[in-house]
Design a binder for this molecule. Structure first.
Ligand SMILES: NC(=O)C1=CN([C@@H]2O[C@H](COP(=O)(O)OP(=O)(O)OC[C@H]3O[C@@H](n4cnc5c(N)ncnc54)[C@H](OP(=O)(O)O)[C@@H]3O)[C@@H](O)[C@H]2O)C=CC1
Ligand SMILES: O=C(O)[C@H](O)CS(=O)(=O)O
Length: 485
């Protein structure tokens, strides 16, 4: 498929780096391929860290003027950018599905989700309030100023190649920071289309830069070690988050880390089972199971386990697997064959230890990186799927007897990002939501992400929050001024 020819606005398919308001090519390129077909989509500039440093210096040069603009100015530009993103929703979705594989319906949803952060922080930009504090002495006046941190660098994953950047760049620009984005090597086209629209919206040169590169480790070291970069905002695995923490420790650099998850999805005996099944379908199979907040373990109270398992397996067995561009596709290809191998390993490990297959369980006959949506039951502690994030369309069911046992199983993980449970008894709802060790809890819902709410985790799932009224704080420095009259 000729992606450029398929776009109503072919100029959105950009392949060069965008630095200091200009498209800049290199003599090295990284190939972007279509996970659904394996077809070559585009060759994108592949920057070395030395080449990418130009973007950091451009962001530094643009910083003072951007911070000096009124909040209203920044707000209007960010909102105009969001309007352009929504106007280009179909093209951006096609670019996203082509490089990442998710169904077009989900890709369109991601564009709207990404734009919703731009709209949200266009509003928040005008509400960065300081404080005055009653002095501790008659001649003292105490002030609190909130000022932008400065140059921010982002490293983002392939699974939400638009929204993960939007969720970071929006508060950064709203706060008056400038930004350098390094997208995942597998999905740079969405980021480049975003910055094309930022350019059209009038975001000034140097404020938002995008530097594609296949040298993920080298770019990470550049961002961690460069003194001009004052904050790194990362979404991805806990493994890489730890690397970034170690590498930036020497500069006590501000970090925002949205890391791995192992979300429990609890179904109690007083749950509405049909609602719980629908919630599990969203929490588990959205993006083919490739989200950090996906239900990774489905814990079902014994008395309702078989009824829930039967209903869920019936729904999963008829999920439509296919190319994300095909009408009606519900599950696209995984990002690559190594992702398929991980799912296969989790299935094999569980079956060899006594788990039982209810549906799916192996590569799809479409080949490539397609995998059958799968439900296992009789999953028990000690199996890999209980401690590792599958990041694929695998729903493992674990039976529990008492509420206490269910909560104990749910919390038995190093991670603490999202969690979900279905119950109707009010006292139980309060008990469980207070005891779950997670940054986010869905109660009788499988979909919780929205810009109004703080997204983030505890334990090994990261630091900081993205979105909500709290999201600006991560891009601001608090300055205390003691004024003597
Ligand atoms: N908390 C959250 O919001 C989210 C968490 N995740 C987690 O990320 C994992 C899956 O995503 P995945 O992309 O495989 O995660 P990775 O952590 O492997 O990659 C995330 C990003 O980090 C880059 N990267 C890889 N190695 C380094 C390094 N040494 N230094 C700097 N950057 C590096 C990658 O580049 P490249 O891809 O080019 O190698 C990519 O851009 C899962 O654990 C998932 O839970 C994913 C999405 C959201
Ligand atoms: O990258 C992810 O997995 C996203 O953070 C999940 S969500 O924000 O779309 O829920």
């Amino acid at each position: 498929m000729d992606l450029k020819a398929s776009l109503s606005d072919p100029a959105l398919l950009r392949t060069d780096a965008y630095i200091d308001g200009r498209w800049q090519g290199t003599d090295r390129h990284l190939a972007v391929t279509d996970p659904a077909t394996g077809a070559h989509l585009a060759d994108v500039s592949d920057l070395t860290p030395a080449e990418a440093e130009r973007a950091i210096l451009a962001a530094q040069a643009a910083g003072a003027a951007w911070a000096a603009r009124t909040a209203r100015d920044r707000s209007d530009l960010i909102r105009r950018w969001a309007d352009l993103m929504m106007a280009a929703q179909d093209d951006l979705a096609l670019i996203l599905t082509s490089e990442m594989g998710k169904p077009l319906t989900e890709a369109r949803g991601e564009i709207a989700y990404g734009a919703s952060f731009l709209y949200w922080f266009a509003e928040e930009a005008r509400r960065v309030y300081g404080d005055t504090i009653p002095g501790h002495q008659p001649d003292k006046r105490l002030l609190i100023l909130k000022q932008p941190i400065g140059v921010v660098a982002s490293i983002t994953p392939w699974n939400f190649p638009n929204a993960m950047i939007a969720r970071k760049v929006a508060p950064a620009l709203a706060a008056g920071c400038t930004f350098v984005a390094r997208p995942a090597a597998q999905t740079p086209l969405s980021a480049l289309a975003m910055v094309e629209l930022a350019h059209r919206a009038g975001i000034p040169k140097g404020v938002f830069n995008v530097v594609p590169s296949s040298d993920s480790a080298g770019m990470g070291r550049l961002f961690c070690e460069h003194p001009v970069v004052r904050k790194i905002t990362f979404t991805g695995s806990t493994r890489v988050g730890e690397i970034l923490m170690r590498q930036s420790a020497g500069q006590i650099k501000k970090l925002g880390l949205e890391l791995g998850g192992n979300a429990p999805f609890l179904v109690f005996d007083d749950a509405d089972l049909d609602a719980a099944v629908e919630g599990a379908m969203i929490a588990k199979f959205r993006n083919g199971g490739q989200t950090c907040v996906c239900a990774n373990r489905l814990l079902v109270q014994a008395s309702v386990h078989d009824a829930f398992a039967e209903k869920l397996a019936r729904r999963v067995a008829v999920l439509k697997v296919g190319d994300g561009r095909e009408q009606g596709t519900e599950i696209g290809p995984l990002i690559d064959t190594s992702a398929v191998t991980k799912v296969e390993e989790h299935v094999a490990n569980a079956l060899s230890a006594g788990a039982r297959l209810l549906t799916g369980g192996k590569r799809h006959d479409k080949g490539g990186s397609y995998f059958q949506p799968t439900v296992l039951t009789d999953v028990r502690p000690g199996m890999a799927v209980m401690t590792e994030e599958t990041f694929g369309p695998l729903a493992p069911l674990i039976r529990f007897e008492t509420e206490e046992e269910g909560i104990g199983l749910a919390n038995d993980t190093e991670f603490g990002l999202a969690s979900y449970f279905y119950a109707q008894n009010l006292s139980r709802v309060w008990r469980v939501m207070e005891q779950l060790e997670a940054g986010m809890v869905g109660v009788n819902t499988g979909l919780i992400s929205t810009p109004e709410a703080p997204f983030g985790g505890i334990k090994s799932s990261g630091l900081g929050r993205e979105g909500s009224k709290y999201g600006m704080d991560d891009f601001l420095e608090l300055k205390y001024v003691c004024l003597s009259l």
